[in-house]
Design a protein around this ligand. Sequence first.
Ligand code: SF4
Length: 471
Amino acid sequence: MMIRIQFKSRFSGSKTISGIQAQLTFPDLDQIQLTSNAQDGTKKTLQKAQITLNDCLACSGCITSAEHILITQQSQDELYRVIQENSHKDPDEQLEIVVSVAPQPILSFAAQCGISYEEAATRLAGFFKGIGISRVFDISHARDLSLEETSQEFQARYRSSQSGETGFLPLLTSACPGWVCYAEKTHGHFILPYISTTKSPQQIMGSLLKQTKPRNKSLYHVTLMPCFDKKLEASREDFVDQVSKTRDVDCVITTIEVESMLVKEGLTLKEVEPAQLDCPLTWRPLKNPSILTVNRGSASGGYLEHTFVHAAKELFGENVLQLDYKVMRFEILWLELLEAPNGLNQDLQEVTLVHNGEIKLHFALSYGFRNIQNLVQKMKRKKCPYHFVEVMACPSGCANGGAQLRGEDPKAQLAKVMQLFKEIQSQTPESNLHLRYLHNEVLVDDETRKALLHTQYHPVEKNVNSLNIKW
Ligand code: SF4
């Protein structure tokens, strides 16, 4: 028998494999037909393929590049539809539509428009409020909770490993859904115990808002994020409230989608009237927008920096005021020389704590799939020297997310974003006074804390179809 697979429409070309004769056509993305011709001449139409967000391999080749068409429930069109529908409801039945904004999209607009972080944030708030969104929140409280929880998790695992128990080190961060999705689908059972169970800031924000919203309100929660992978994260079954059957984050829109929304409204961000952001605890406008802050450390959340400083203090009594990042060299120079003639791999950096003459903490930033693959291979060969790794799928991390604005010169745009990030006032979770309220009033016991701040992961078996072909 022969198998013949033809890809039409989005794909082109054909392939013949010994076995049975079959034809696979893609007349349209939602219409996939597979028929087989056996040697006895009978013809059979095989089951129609179903592809959803959960099937994404996070390979950065499809959804992460621009397959808007596949993401029907997570798009600006869906947001406009909800806003439109809401405006026709009776006031007491209307949804409260709110947006939580991550810092990277604000930085991206600020760099693109040549304005300050604060101005970009308030103009974005003005834009959202102008199209029918009632509240706009900064996501920093959720980020600070995520940092605190990751740090606690690391210290617990480090202590366990020192006392001879299984500590599953290195602890690998979990805030990047591109990386988590890749880990679940590619290295499943091996890698998942090493990944921090702490939710990302997006998902903590979702849980908190749905938990603390005014009682009489039904919430529709939108987030503004730097990449399409955050849509995958929001669509995970783990983040669906089993009672109300609603998601903690109902819709994710990205930086470039907001840019196209502005175009649709005939505006540039600089033409939008600024408005105050709102406090996610009181739901009232912030009195002083200059209290907008970013985290210390990397522009991808600062997980390494926060965890390192606290582990040094709590585990070894060392006060670390400034971290000394060591940029590593590419291991296979000939492949990388064109990109970095000096041989330095900016996406792999290490920090160590030497205490009593011994390296006690060995942390790393590992960004981009090339470095991630090397990291996983080292772990599999038991040659990984690290205790903690901040893992991000995008080269240069979230500031360079797949849905950020690129401008005419993407490298120059990224450099501006990084520079702006360094200039903004930073805040540590310890100096965030609102966290005390959350600890005292919301995260009152271990069960609540676990439900609101932690998640779980699932190894995904490779999809083997009736032809026994692994796609
Ligand atoms: S590293 Fe990239 S894919 Fe991962 S969360 Fe950040 S922007 Fe998204």
